[in-house]
Design a protein around this ligand. Structure first.
Ligand code: FES
Length: 111
């Protein structure tokens, strides 16, 4: 782990099982982390359409079949690989990614 940068604990990895997308509200960051096919993706919970949260809950934001995040506000659909909107009112716009890393079975947000 790079100790030159501040980190914040997001969760223990048991809280983020394979094929899940969970919203975490940290002290100064609202984010969504997706665990899929052994990979982790982290994005700020802010839709580029109207800068609203995709959701205030984890439920309903992950389309497991397609591997997409869905904004519950106006149904924008985002590719988890790059955060790009592939369908909906902000087509082509992107979620802001965050730096995350695992260490000792825990997941951290890297500043
Ligand atoms: S705020 Fe997300 S689709 Fe409108």
């Amino acid at each position: 782990m790079d100790t030159a940068h501040a980190t914040q604990l997001i969760c223990h990895m048991e809280e983020l099982p394979e094929d899940s997308a969970i919203r975490f509200l940290l002290a100064d960051c609202d984010l969504i982390v997706i665990h899929r096919k052994g990979r982790l993706y982290g994005y700020r919970n802010e839709c580029p359409h109207m800068n609203l949260p995709l959701s205030n809950r984890s439920k309903g934001i992950f389309d497991k079949d397609q591997g997409h995040l869905v904004c519950i506000q106006h149904a924008a659909v985002f590719d988890i690989e790059n955060g790009r909107c592939v369908k909906g009112p902000c087509l082509g716009m992107e979620l802001e990614s965050v730096n995350i890393e695992t260490n000792n079975g825990k997941l951290f947000l890297k500043e």
